[in-house]
Design a binder for this molecule. Structure first.
Ligand SMILES: Nc1ncnc2c1ncn2[C@@H]1O[C@H](COP(=O)(O)OP(=O)(O)OP(=O)(O)O)[C@@H](O)[C@H]1O
Ligand SMILES: [Zn+2]
Length: 746
């Protein structure tokens, strides 16, 4: 007899089952769980001697489930994520295994014998009709042998069905039906594009380095427009010819139209595109194609990192500095971390032979503005740095000009207006960026100072002019704006902080003949929407593209010669230790959209903080210098990449409860940590304090901030897990979330 630790679908516990059959880890099976059939996943095989519970009470696995198993390396990854991010099997398996298999079971009628026609005639109801029905029933069941009760009842009266059961003409059995019947897609002939791209010297050198190096993790740091995409394609293509697959990760699938078009044009039907809009069925289908090796290249956002690609060779994380690579709900994993772990787990499992080198997975993190944490690892030698220092075809980086907003009361300085007119005159295109959607950021009453806020969240409501609504960006709350102050009834509501909607209106007034398109998450609700805008802009159906940070990255339009940053300060003021790093990235990426073709580009940055180091270093294109300055501060404060952070958020619908319990939990954790690590400024636990966004969706939020030396973090996480877990069990009204290596500090 074998004993198994099993995860049961939609259940947070782990259970022991037994079987005479040998199952593999990662295989799905069907088990009886509280009188229902459920899908179970084999997590581990346990020795009899190690089992704590009464062996005679352990139930048997019913049978293997007819679905594809989760490969071994992904099972290991699941366990690692659960552990590292203090998560649970339930959440992690949901993230890894798409479109959760739903198990339906239905009652089936199984043919046993015929009704005896003669015998039945003696019964009370011997009309002609029922004799016919009996004959029909006998024929029907004899032919089918097995049919669901539901179908049977559609064809026959319930009276006769009942009778059949009573007289054991049929037997009833519970049978499992899976919803995952998947059409076996027919493999078409692979049609990889044959057109050759000639790499320039720098690109070729980068490709060779990545191919030939013994290292497994690379940072491809190439300035904007240096042609990183062609490097990825080259590597994927060559390995594909040798039968290897790749995973290509993008920050957000709907915003990377251009990259996806490029990859599809190159790899056609080898490509599976995974995105959140796929239905469960489509997800399972793609998963099957990939698992069976029918599609070897996977493109997707975050969750594509779990694609069961056969003979995986490259994992590419494009724009690796992007925040969207961190999942903001359980499991709160960071793709970069998971990608690297996946490669190491798989590479370590390879059998040592002469082919081992060629089979190793390589991870390529690519960006013009790598996150400082990644760059630090490259400096330390944990990641191999590969650099591209020139734009493709030697196009120049754009020229910068900084405009001091203190000198003007307008959203558009004279200078910026002048540059826009010139651009339009030359029949070139401009991209303008304002990192704030809506019409105005908030409204403020001139008489009493009241600012309308969301009733569910402690956040000011944004004003949208097009539908005259006040909206909450956190919970989606909307209300009609009636032009008066709720507090004092005054009609003098002032709009503060212009958003893209307002800027669009102003722009249209200033340049009446210009064709303007606005791109933010409000105006672009679907992928098709964005694709159209993208293509139209590319074909010069618009002159100006105005938008949020959405349009700051990746876009490659050769006719764009002007980039204007309407207000560079918005992110800079966030209460986040990465705020200035993010600003540097945004400004550099945004300016990188200018002058990518034959014509030179120009960038105008409007700011109240012209003297700030981040603005200065941006215009000098001095990544290195800015990185060095930031590292001094990070080191001093023991922030990542030096120290490690965990944030615990405790929330409840009752304000006092959240506060009290957060303090209690904190005390408990401190008590436990005190015995293992001495608390100092570098090994630090904050008080339980109000989250910067105090209330979201009706829940009051307190948070505890942990900052520890790297070598202590394992111990600390263990304690947090233990204390929070115990606490959550008894405190049902609380919600506790644990964020390991958080990106979002609010
Ligand atoms: N070897 C090449 N042959 C032909 N065209 C190339 C080559 N390398 C790059 N290009 C072209 O140069 C432009 C810039 O390349 P790409 O978009 O890959 O830059 P990037 O490094 O990804 O920049 P960013 O970080 O700004 O997104 C593209 O139009 C691309 O098609
Ligand atoms: Zn809200």
């Amino acid at each position: 007899m074998y004993y198994y630790e099993i995860y049961i679908e939609n259940n947070r516990g782990i259970y022991t089952y037994k079987s005479k059959e040998k199952y593999e880890i990662g295989q799905w099976c069907i088990v009886n769980f509280i009188n229902r059939y459920k899908m179970g996943l084999i997590l581990a095989i346990t020795e009899e001697s190690k089992i704590q519970i009464d062996i005679s009470k352990i139930k048997k696995i019913k049978e293997a489930a007819p679905v594809l198993s989760i490969p071994d390396n992904l099972m290991q990854l699941i366990k690692w994520i659960r552990n590292y991010y203090i998560s649970d099997y339930y959440s992690v398996i949901k993230a890894v295994y798409p479109g959760a298999l739903k198990l339906n079971y239905s009652k089936k009628a199984i043919y046993q014998k015929d009704f005896l026609e003669n015998e039945y005639l003696i019964g009370e109801d011997n009309s002609e009709n029922s004799l016919d029905e009996i004959k029909k029933f006998n024929d029907y069941m004899k032919k089918r042998k097995e049919v669901t009760i539901a179908t049977l009842k559609k064809n026959f009266s319930s009276k006769i069905v009942e009778k059949a059961i009573n007289e054991k003409v049929i037997s009833i059995e519970k049978k499992v039906i899976l919803n995952s019947k998947i059409s076996k897609g027919e493999k078409k002939k692979s049609e990889i594009a044959e057109k050759e791209i000639i790499l320039n010297d720098e690109q070729q050198k980068a490709v060779d380095t990545i191919k030939n190096s013994e290292n497994q993790i690379f940072l491809l740091k190439g300035i904007t427009g240096s042609g990183k995409t062609e490097i990825y394609i080259n590597l994927i293509k060559e390995s594909l010819k040798q039968g290897f697959g790749s995973i290509f990760l993008v920050p957000e699938i709907s915003l990377t139209v251009q990259m996806i078009q490029r990859l599809e044009e190159e790899f056609h039907n080898e490509v599976a595109i995974l995105h959140s809009k796929l239905t469960d069925k489509e997800k399972r289908e793609e998963w099957t194609f990939i698992r069976n090796g029918e599609k070897k290249i996977v493109i997707g956002a975050r969750s594509a990192i779990f694609a069961p690609v056969q003979n995986l060779k490259y994992i590419i994380v494009d724009e690796e500095h992007e925040n969207t690579y961190k999942q903001e709900n359980n499991p709160r994993y960071h793709v970069k971390n998971v990608a690297i772990k996946r490669a190491f787990l798989q590479n370590d499992n390879l059998e040592e032979d002469e082919t081992v080198k060629s089979k190793k997975i390589k991870v390529i993190l690519g960006s013009a503005t790598p996150s400082f944490e990644t760059y630090y690892q490259a400096q330390q030698g944990d990641i191999e740095l590969v650099e591209l220092t020139k734009r493709y075809k030697n196009a120049k980086l754009p020229k910068f000009e900084v405009i001091d907003l203190n000198e003007t009361a307008e959203n558009f300085s004279e200078k910026l207006l002048d540059k826009i007119s010139q651009t339009l005159k030359k029949n070139e295109q401009a991209i303008l960026i304002l990192n704030r959607k809506a019409f105005s950021n908030l409204l403020k009453c001139k008489d009493c100072g009241n600012i309308p806020t969301c009733p569910n969240c402690s956040i000011s409501l944004n004003y949208y002019k097009y539908d005259n609504q006040l909206k909450c960006h956190y919970c989606g709350y909307e209300t009609q704006f009636n032009s008066t102050c709720d507090e004092c009834g005054s009609h003098k509501m002032r709009q503060i902080g212009a958003g893209t909607e307002k800027i669009e209106e102003e722009l249209a007034g200033l340049f009446p003949s210009a064709r303007i398109v606005r791109v933010d998450s409000e105006s672009i609700k679907t992928k098709q929407n964005y694709e159209k805008v993208y293509n139209d802009f590319k074909n010069h159906k618009y002159d100006i593209m105005l938008g949020t940070q959405i349009i700051a990255k990746g876009l490659d339009f050769s006719n764009v010669t002007l980039v204007g940053i309407i207000n560079a300060d918005i992110i800079l003021n966030f209460p986040d230790f990465r705020a200035s790093e993010k600003t540097f990235q945004l400004l550099t990426q945004a300016s990188g959209r200018a002058g990518r073709g034959e014509k030179d580009g120009e960038v105008i940055i409007q700011t109240f903080n012209g003297e700030n180091d981040v603005i200065k270093k941006t215009i000098e294109s001095d990544y290195e210098g800015y990185y060095k300055n930031e590292m001094i501060i990070r080191k001093m404060l023991n922030y990542p990449p030096f120290g490690r952070i965990v944030i615990l958020v405790i929330s409840a619908t009752e304000e006092n409860l959240a506060k009290e319990k957060a303090q209690t939990l904190r005390k408990e954790i401190v008590k436990n940590i005190d015995t293992v690590v001495k608390l100092t400024t570098n090994n630090f636990i904050s008080d339980a304090f109000k989250s910067p966004i105090y209330k979201i969706n009706g829940r009051y939020r307190y948070q505890i901030f942990f900052k520890f030396e790297r070598e202590n973090i394992l111990k600390i996480k263990k304690i947090i897990k233990k204390c929070a877990g115990k606490f959550q069990k008894t405190e049902k009204k609380l919600r506790i979330t644990i964020d390991v290596d958080p990106i979002n500090m609010m």
